[in-house]
Write a protein that binds this ligand. Structure first.
Ligand code: ATP
Ligand code: MG
Length: 561
């Protein structure tokens, strides 16, 4: 990171620690996803932070799966997470680990706590434990099993491990303080019995550590220096520290919290995203409307643009909701610089140039990028029959409509000025075709083409056009905070996907997934990697050209007042 950039509070802490020689100047971080779903844009913030701060100090970052909940987790999710982190541009080298790698060591730590009188086996039911916990205003009560002897605790814990008890019959709890104002310190559960096959350790275990127990200790085992997590773990830090205090491990990590990324009109919760997948609202975790990294990749968002977005939103402790416009601006900026221009018509209206020779095909030259001359030019066929965009023609046009209207003139980009002479309709009265005439003296770039008209529109030559299915996406929800809705299904935008049969300029024939272009006046588009075929190409609109979100926000505001 350049020195001129203002450091966020976490980067400041880390720089100070490095300067002070803490941990021998080392910076080791980790990104610890639970493999119970696909990663979303919120995770991207955490991934970028963890990998980038380590990188800024020649440090290391672990990708550690927090796999302590068999039943909810899967290897499929783990593989998807790995490929998303890689795609985002980060590499963990040989530091791919799992909480389950440490089950034996964690178990040993638990036995040590028992031997030291710091943990006990509780035989209350889950409901009774809850009743004994008290409330925010009322102290909890000690369990009648709290004063079990060390030997009895050890014996019971070993028998828990050996599978002698049913789920829920006993738990292991830390012995801290049932009257602590911090609920997390009221003898939190460290282990529970779950007779479930674990995706990695199989049936080796029937007791599994709780997140709070496994997490801090795994940090210590791996030599994590700065354990960066979101604010909801702030109240867990005393427990994190307490556990490390009781166990004299060689290394002492420290936890720091920052605020979660919330994106307006999107969901950043794996649980809720998985509901959309299960109920078939979307085609899968990688549906291009999902705020998952897999969805965004398929939609055509460049990884570099997502990293740029994460840098721009910064890292603070303030809770906030980021406008979709900010993310889309990063996408646009990236694509504007990177993408060549092409012409395509999304909703075709046929134009016949009655004064153009029947079988003539003329080649016009189009620039590939307005600001990057090195990207050169391409050739486009121009002929008697063309397609233009339906909404570039209006019959009863207002005065300021500078596109095509009956008797009016418009320039076809890179080609000629045409005039609309006649409107052709079907029996139902729909406009099916326009008969126009072109002015041969107005060819773009030719010496005599100084005649000017107000409007310029895009077009493709009908005969050579490539047919493609184009998918146009809108926000997936009708409200800015879908997570707050009682019923997520009630706030799904039923118009979030529109499919159109488009006509593309012939240069786009044979395009493969991985490419992206700006279609002039329409936005950025890319082949859909999942549904694409050579005979029936499918394209996604990545993002529109201008910020349609700002408009939506403004409307929403106006309606609210
Ligand atoms: P979810 O509710 O979507 O399941 P989670 O926090 O349970 O989110 P984890 O897999 O446990 O998901 O998260 C891995 C890491 O990503 C954690 O360190 C967590 O703090 C971070 N993280 C999750 N969501 C966000 C977010 N919206 N913004 C920033 N960081 C996040
Ligand atoms: Mg979690």
């Amino acid at each position: 990171m350049p020195d001129t950039v203002v450091k966020d509070f976490i980067r400041q802490i880390i720089s100070d620690d490095v300067a002070a020689g803490k941990h021998g100047g080392a910076v080791v971080t980790r990104f610890p996803p639970e493999p119970n779903g696909y990663l979303h844009i919120g995770h991207a913030k955490s991934i970028c932070l963890n990998f980038e701060v380590a990188d800024e100090h020649d440090g290391k970052t672990y990708l550690r799966f927090d796999d302590t909940n068999p039943g909810r987790e899967s290897e499929e999710y783990a593989r998807a997470i790995e490929s998303d982190v890689k795609w985002l541009g980060f590499s963990w080298g040989d530091r791919l680990t799992h909480a389950s790698d440490y089950f034996e060591r964690l178990y040993d730590c638990a036995e040590k706590l028992i031997r030291d009188g710091k943990a006990y086996v509780d035989s209350l039911s889950a409901d009774e434990i809850r009743e004994h916990r008290g409330t925010l205003t009322e102290a909890g009560r000690n369990s009648p099993y709290r004063d079990r002897e060390v030997d009895e605790n050890l014996d019971l814990f070993r028998r828990m491990r050996a599978g002698e008890f049913a789920d829920g019959e006993h738990v292991l709890r830390a012995k801290i303080d049932m009257s602590s104002p911090n609920m997390n310190m009221r003898d939190p559960t460290l282990y529970r019995i779950r007779h479930l096959t674990h995706q990695r350790s199989g049936d080796d275990w029937c007791i599994y550590p709780m997140y709070d127990f496994a997490h801090g200790l795994s940090d210590a085992f791996e030599g994590i220096t700065h354990s960066l997590c979101t604010l909801e773990f702030e109240d867990h830090r005393p427990l994190y520290d307490w556990l490390l205090d009781q166990l004299d491990l060689q290394h002492r990590p420290h936890q720091y919290e920052f605020s979660r990324l919330n994106l307006a009109y999107a969901l950043t919760s794996k649980r809720k995203l998985s509901q959309l997948v299960e109920e078939g609202v979307v085609s899968g975790w990688d549906d291009p409307r999902m705020a998952t990294l897999a969805g965004m990749r398929r939609r055509g968002y460049p990884a570099a643009a997502i990293r740029d977005f994460c840098r721009r939103i910064g890292v603070t402790k303030k809770g906030n909701v980021i406008e979709m416009a900010l993310l889309e601006n990063s996408i646009r900026e990236n694509l504007d610089a990177a993408c060549e221009r092409r012409m395509a018509v999304l909703r075709p209206l046929k134009v016949v140039l009655s004064n153009y020779p029947m079988d003539q095909v003329e080649i016009v030259t189009a620039v590939n990028h307005p600001h990057r001359e090195e990207l050169g030019v391409r050739e486009m066929p121009f002929s008697r029959e063309l397609y233009i965009e339906q909404d570039d023609f209006m019959e009863e046009a207002p005065r300021k409509f500078f596109r095509l209207k009956p008797g009016g003139e418009v320039r076809l980009r890179f080609a000629y000025i045409i005039r609309c002479d006649e409107v052709i309709r079907d029996d139902a009265g729909n406009v099916t075709e326009l008969h126009c005439s072109y002015d041969p003296d107005t060819r773009s770039g030719s010496a005599s083409s100084d005649r000017k008209v107000k409007g310029t529109i895009h077009w493709v030559s009908a005969q050579q056009a490539v047919d493609a299915e184009v998918r146009l996406y809108d926000r997936l929800f009708t409200v800015p905070d879908p997570a707050a809705a009682d019923d997520i299904m009630a706030v799904v935008n039923s118009d979030s996907l529109q499919v159109v049969a488009a006509k593309l300029e012939p240069e786009l024939a044979g395009a493969r997934p991985g490419a992206a272009w700006q279609f002039e006046r329409l936005g950025y588009f890319c082949p859909d990697a999942a549904d694409f075929s050579d005979t029936a190409p499918v394209l996604n609109r990545v993002v529109t050209l201008r910020d349609s979100w700002a408009k939506i926000e403004k409307q929403a505001l106006q309606q609210a007042h």
